[in-house]
Ligand binder design. Structure first.
Ligand SMILES: O=C(O)CCC(=O)C(=O)O
Ligand SMILES: [Fe+2]
Length: 269
């Protein structure tokens, strides 16, 4: 095996990523599946109205960012919106991937609007996670997603390089120039499933409607980093991995960086 052989294998599989259900073998090969019309229109309008109401009542046009380091992230949401993560319309589609016992690693929305217009760097999510690497995000579109309003782009097959050993902006040039890149356009009710090791990013918001998607990360519920079991029985519902993440290490790279930062920022000798 070499990188060209892998690229060719991914290219051959890439044509079948987009369908009305997930092809498990294809998902293993590409790390990406796009499911069209997963949620019926009536249900989607209901969820859309819940979002609009939340936006009107709580967030407002100029929402305060929850996470200045990741402006698209919204975790403080009404339960009705967070509970979309246990909807049968999603769970039934992903059972072929994860099996009968499915857990959630996290649930949030990723929103691009006038408050979060910027591009998102090319990265893989696994460097920011704990637990196993068998995780995948469901990005369900609540509003149309397109290049103009900051759609995500993904490099299929890059999960096969595994965990890259750190977290940050990836250098695209380590791959052959013709590695496939996709920027799926989504309508409300379509979703993408993305293995958390897949390299991805997004372009800036130029114009159009706000770009509202779920980012629900699923995994087998046997993963102790599960916060909530959404299908099957006997799974984890929290552990020190998620409840005391700051306490796992006595000393680590990030604690050392914080120490150095403290020294650099210090106004005394
Ligand atoms: O919302 C986006 O455009 C990308 C967000 C993302 O990849 C992340 O927060 O990890
Ligand atoms: Fe990401």
């Amino acid at each position: 095996m070499n990188i060209e052989t892998l690229r060719n294998e991914v290219l051959a599989a890439a044509g079948a990523m987009d369908a009305d259900k997930i092809d498990v073998e294809n998902f293993k090969a590409t790390g990406v599946a796009i499911v069209r019309g997963a949620v019926p229109t009536g249900k989607m309008s209901e969820w859309n109205e819940l979002w609009d109401e939340h936006r009107r009542q709580t967030l407002g046009a100029s929402r305060t960012l929850e996470n200045v380091h990741n402006p698209v992230e919204i975790k403080k949401l009404p339960d009705e919106l967070l509970n979309i993560s246990s909807s049968e319309h999603i769970i039934n589609h992903i059972k072929p991937v994860f099996g009968e016992n499915i857990g959630l690693f996290h649930k949030r929305f990723v929103v691009k609007d006038s408050n979060s217009k910027g591009a998102v760097i090319l990265h893989q999510d696994s460097g920011y996670h704990v637990g196993s690497f068998e995780k995948a995000s469901v990005f369900l579109a609540l509003k149309p997603v397109n290049e103009a309003n900051g759609a995500m782009y993904l490099l299929p097959g890059t999960h096969r390089f595994g965990y890259l050993g750190d977290a940050g902006a990836i250098n695209r040039e380590v791959l052959p120039e013709d590695w496939p890149v996709i920027t799926p356009t989504l309508e409300p009710g379509d979703f993408m499933l993305m293995n958390s090791l897949v390299w991805h990013g997004s372009g800036p918001f130029h114009e159009g409607n706000e770009r509202v998607m779920t980012d629900f990360i699923y995994q087998p519920s046997t993963d102790p980093s599960t916060i909530e079991t959404v299908a099957g029985e006997g799974g984890w519902n929290g552990s020190f991995l998620t409840e005391a993440r700051d306490e796992i290490f006595l000393q680590c790279r990030s604690s050392k960086l914080r120490e150095i930062r403290g020294i650099l920022d210090s106004t005394t000798k």
